[in-house]
Design a protein around this ligand. Structure first.
Ligand SMILES: Nc1nc2c(ncn2[C@@H]2O[C@H](COP(=O)(O)OP(=O)(O)OP(=O)(O)O)[C@@H](O)[C@H]2O)c(=O)[nH]1
Ligand SMILES: [Mg+2]
Length: 288
């Protein structure tokens, strides 16, 4: 990480500190943890120090929003994490029938624990899984899929889940939903911009035009076709400010006197990513 990439964004609402405290209290009850990350940012959405926090528990890395990512790039991350020894499952949670694989891996990873109980003459127990991850990655949506009904509240904004709660699934797994957590300081600017671009931190934490221009840079560099098609632009200019102006004209974000309404352009770009009108993109690159 070079020094230019250093930042110091303080975004750590009180409920995150509280969540970490509550998770620590429940630690002994948890048999396995499901760490949920966004397939469009396999690195930036991974919580720092989480492996350390749960080092003696089985762990499955779940990449949600696989339908929205650039699979070519994201699959390189999947290989990377597999090589590091992670059990990993990629999911498109808009589909219903995706959970068998996850349930099977959960049974494999908790088999030892069940066998030990049987040896002691005890019955098999319900497996308790903690679902953990940064805000808005799909933790509650995953839980609803596993439970088979809308048991947990979901929404396309960070901070929807406010409390920890246990939910029973169709199989022998109990799930603990948790509010999204981050680390106290976002000290890497690229990571903060990725989280902001994909709505895992609120829109007002970073200047909106900075986030929008960052998204445009990513699109210009890696996904010019998507950028051209979305905004009906003929040629993507390397000078992002020209593209930014052109988008303003295309979407009619022009104020009297002919000036571009930059705030509106920025909001449109962010909203287009959030509402999945811009998709097939992955922000983290393995070779960066
Ligand atoms: N396209 C797509 N959307 C998804 C997927 N998973 C979740 N979403 C959407 O992502 C948004 C956030 O989902 P939630 O389940 O509320 O996320 P969360 O991690 O519980 O968020 P917090 O409680 O705020 O931390 C919702 O609009 C979901 O519909 C997925 O695999 N694909
Ligand atoms: Mg939630």
């Amino acid at each position: 990480m070079n020094s230019e990439n250093k930042t110091n964004i303080n975004y750590y609402p009180g409920h995150m500190a509280k969540t970490k405290r509550l998770i620590k209290e429940k630690y002994n009850l948890i048999d396995i943890f499901y760490e949920v990350i966004d397939a469009r940012m396999p690195k930036s959405s991974k919580i720092k120090d989480i492996d350390e926090m749960f080092k003696d528990k089985p762990h499955i890395l779940i990449m949600t929003k696989y339908d929205l990512c650039d699979t070519e790039v994201t699959n390189k991350w999947v290989d990377y994490y597999k090589k590091m020894g992670y059990h990993i499952v990629c999911l498109d949670l808009t589909k219903n029938d995706i959970t068998t694989k996850l349930v099977n891996i959960t049974h494999d990873l908790t088999d030892d624990l069940q066998q030990k109980r049987i040896e002691k003459g005890l019955a098999k127990k319900d497996i308790r899984a903690l679902v953990i991850g940064v805000p808005n990655v799909g933790k509650s949506t995953l839980i609803n899929r596993l439970v088979g009904r809308k048991a947990a509240s979901t929404g396309n904004n960070p901070g929807v889940t406010k409390n920890l709660s246990w939910l029973k699934t169709n199989s022998d797994i109990l799930l603990l939903d948790s509010p999204g957590i981050l680390w106290p300081k976002l000290d890497n600017e690229t990571q903060a911009l990725n989280l902001a671009s994909l709505a895992s931190i609120p829109i007002d934490i970073l200047p909106i035009d900075r986030v929008a221009i960052y998204i445009l840079h990513i699109l210009e560099k890696y996904y010019p076709k998507i950028l051209k098609e979305r905004y009906n632009i003929e040629r993507v200019n390397e000078d992002i400010s020209i593209t930014y102006d052109e988008i303003g004209k295309r979407i009619g974000a022009v104020v009297s006197g002919g000036d571009i309404d930059y705030d509106r352009v920025s909001r449109t770009i962010l909203e287009d990513v959030k509402q999945e009108r811009i998709k097939g993109i992955t922000f983290d690159r393995i070779d960066d």
